[in-house]
Write a protein that binds this ligand. Structure first.
Ligand SMILES: [Zn+2]
Length: 428
């Protein structure tokens, strides 16, 4: 791992900040915001030009409330200007650490970071479970999301990739005997159902589950409870700004890590109009940890509200409530197994930068429509490759139609659905 001292220092600080009774991070937030605004106006063309056009005096932007005076941005602005416009280092960016937003929730965007910045971002990721008491005594099973694959010294971790078969998955589970599972919520749900079906006793050693990636629906909750008695905490985050909220152990919302991110809720479709406390609106984020690829007043197109009242847990940070996150469907393989939407999306998009957006619609058990938005500047992806990939997940005799399109249309709600079925799920 790059810069281990930076990583462990940041991890300790981040985990401590989220404990009940921790001092306010107001001063840290002001200092980071000031440094960030000075940096982007000097070095990042997208923000330099935008703030210049809006005649913004950054010296007058000091608090989170002042941020409302800055213009908003969205992913479309980043895709329009490209890395030379949205990073601070132009063409040298390719020599830095890069990470691509998961294609599972939208058109992919590549983000860059300096080595120390990457170590801090990685510590921020890990702080998601550290703050809830995960220790080096635990055995961690990390599932599905490729960015969980990196091991951290001092912790016992095993990573399970999306391609692993159910039998391999159960065998790994029994060998590892995890006490903590971290992963995409549908992957945890599928594992849970299988462990219950085979009545694997080691499932009772699991004490904590951290689920993320999509909304924890009633269906997913009942699947997870079938195999595990463990406490489940969900995390709300985005690839752009890391964790936006940690679920309170009182299960009354997601506390915002205020020193690392500023979460604003605007009236839906009116990004310059603050929503009232507890009024559901659209989520707008500012990352206080990213400088090389900054995100300031960036629209996420998620819906939620903020509750600023003190929480019974003792933490003073506001809580995200009424989170209407991402809802995606399981697909159904011809053998009857459910296939997680994240698994198939990751398999399609990781290591295929040409695929900048996608939609996979299962029309019935034997018929799947795949729509791809491809980057015209990169070598295309052979349709047979996509057909094979879908068949690997769903069955060898599934009919797969692959079409290249200009854009994946939005739903009436403004969201884009990427992986879904158009028929009812069989009982599980
Ligand atoms: Zn709380």
């Amino acid at each position: 791992m790059a810069a281990p001292d930076v990583f462990f220092g940041a991890l300790r600080a981040f985990a401590t900040h989220m404990q009940p009774g921790a001092p306010s991070s107001e001063q840290i937030r002001r200092d980071r915001l000031r440094a960030l605004l000075q940096h982007v106006t000097a070095h990042v063309p997208l923000y330099r030009d935008l703030y210049s056009a809006h005649k913004i005096d950054i010296d007058k932007i000091e608090t989170a409330d002042d941020l409302w005076r800055l213009p908003f941005v969205s992913k479309a602005d980043y895709l329009r200007v490209g890395p030379a416009g949205y990073t601070d280092c132009g063409n040298e960016a390719l020599n830095l650490y890069s990470q691509t937003t998961s294609g599972s929730v939208g058109r992919a965007l590549t983000m860059y970071a300096q080595p120390k910045e990457a170590a801090v971002l990685h510590a921020n990721l890990w702080s998601g479970w550290m703050h809830a008491g995960v220790s080096p005594n635990d055995r961690l099973l990390m599932m599905s999301a490729p960015y969980l694959a990196e091991e951290v010294e001092g912790f016992r971790t095993v990573f399970i990739p999306v391609q692993m078969s159910v039998d391999e998955l159960v065998e790994t589970f029994v060998n590892v005997r995890p006490t903590v599972i971290i992963g995409m919520v549908e992957a945890i749900a599928l594992l849970s159902v299988e462990l219950a079906r085979r009545d694997i006793p080691e499932r009772r050693d699991v004490r904590l589950l951290f689920a993320f990636g999509q909304t924890y629906s009633d269906q997913l909750r009942s699947m997870v409870k079938r195999g595990f008695e463990a406490e489940t905490l969900t995390l709300y985050g985005s690839a752009e700004a890391g964790w936006l909220g940690y679920e309170c152990e009182k299960h009354c919302g997601w506390h915002v890590p205020e020193g690392r991110v500023i979460v604003q809720i605007a009236r839906t479709g009116q990004p310059n109009e603050p929503a009232a406390p507890n009024e559901t609106g659209e989520v707008i984020i500012t990352s206080l940890l990213r400088a090389t690829t900054p995100f300031i007043r960036y629209r996420l197109f998620d819906a939620a509200a903020l509750d600023p009242t003190p929480c019974s847990c003792g933490r003073t940070s506001p809580r995200i409530v009424n989170l209407e996150g991402r809802i995606q469907d399981f697909l159904v393989a011809t053998n009857g197994h459910l296939v997680g939407p994240g698994a198939i999306a990751i398999d399609l998009t990781v290591h295929r930068p040409v695929v900048i957006d996608h939609r996979i619609v299962q029309e019935d058990r034997k018929r799947v429509q795949v729509s791809l938005v491809l980057d015209p500047n990169l070598p295309s992806v052979p349709p047979e490759e996509v057909v094979d990939l879908v068949r690997r997940h769903l069955g060898a005799d599934v009919e797969v139609n692959v079409a290249v399109v200009d854009e994946i249309p939005r739903e009436a709600s403004g969201k884009r659905r990427r992986v879904f079925r158009t028929f009812d799920l069989p009982a599980v």
